[in-house]
Design a protein around this ligand. Sequence first.
Ligand SMILES: NC(=O)c1ccc[n+]([C@@H]2O[C@H](COP(=O)([O-])OP(=O)(O)OC[C@H]3O[C@@H](n4cnc5c(N)ncnc54)[C@H](O)[C@@H]3O)[C@@H](O)[C@H]2O)c1
Length: 365
Amino acid sequence: MDGLPEDWNAALAPTFPDGATHLGIGVIGAGAIVNAAHLPAYRQVGLRVRGIYDVHGERAQATGRRFGLEKIYPSVVALLDDPTVDIVDIAVPAPSQYAILEQALAAGKHVLCQKPLAPTWEGVQRTMRLVAAHPRCKVAVNQQMRWTPVIRSLSLLLERKLLGTPVQASMQVSVYTDWRQWPWLLSEPYLLGPYNTIHLIDSFRLLFGTPTRVYARTGRVGGQPARGETQLFLSMEYPDDLIAFIHDHHTNESPDRYATVRCEGVEGMAKGTIGIWENYPEGGPDSFEFWSKRDGASLPHRPRITRRWVPDAFSGPMADLMTAIVQNTAPTLSVEDNCATLATVFAAMRSAQAKRIVALAELLP
Ligand SMILES: NC(=O)c1ccc[n+]([C@@H]2O[C@H](COP(=O)([O-])OP(=O)(O)OC[C@H]3O[C@@H](n4cnc5c(N)ncnc54)[C@H](O)[C@@H]3O)[C@@H](O)[C@H]2O)c1
């Protein structure tokens, strides 16, 4: 079909600016996601990771050995004092992120924050003020689902208008997640919203824009170890006729688990599966197919996809931040952009609590 990339996988990969490999990265946090995703992704594309710090020194040592890192820093200050570190890549539990971000910005470093930027709406606003006070530092948020094969593929089709005006969009995740692997998450008041569904919401914002109003329901099951919600249904209203919803459910212990994305437009449809939830965090491959009236095809297109969410998508936010640094522009994953994702998340939490429709304007004046 005209307008489609010849090499689909290459079109899904992020683009790094010239000089990216000269920018030094210092990583804070040597936990599960850094080992499974951040460092493998950076190694794959040849980025220059200078060293790592973790409050548990032995974890930093083990990760350093595993990835052949030159320096294991004894403190945040030691990492920030290293002049070869241009970018601080923070991957610690969200409640600890603000204090590190504050120190990194005071040291004049660029920062890649983990999601959620903060675990409460008040925390988000405080973080926004902190970042705004340091305009020379570039700050991006690690919403890497935007670089997953399914979301990038759908974005390629929508940009090229191959589905026509979207009229239906949905994501349905029904899996089992053992939240005890993140002990610090168990006492958080909100679980799926800021920690998981945030990715799905951010992807919907990339594809369809920020919703105007939301209606959400949340659920828990008796005896679950986590305080927060383990099921979230979210209906999102847009100014046009698009009907959009997300259903994110993490207590399905049956063998019939699924994670699907679907979009129907007036001239075509696309659907895919998200492999990561097959076996988190390694996951399986994504699948994707689409059909468009534009080429009169009677059969769907099924591009062969080899890229994965983990680790491949994790180079996306770093490429975005490095581009902003080299070209002195705002990252597409800026905190301002992320504020609209978080406003949608916390509007959903407010909606579920109050059992009413919540307008985004209540949070984003
Ligand atoms: N796809 C994603 O975007 C994704 C997936 C998983 C986790 N995360 C986020 O990444 C972050 C880390 O998650 P994880 O799964 O690696 O958790 P984890 O519990 O496995 O690891 C966290 C690490 O941070 C260290 N740490 C805690 N406080 C610290 C501090 N003040 N200074 C330095 N180190 C500190 C801990 O010792 C631990 O090694 C969280 O914010 C989480 O929400 C994002």
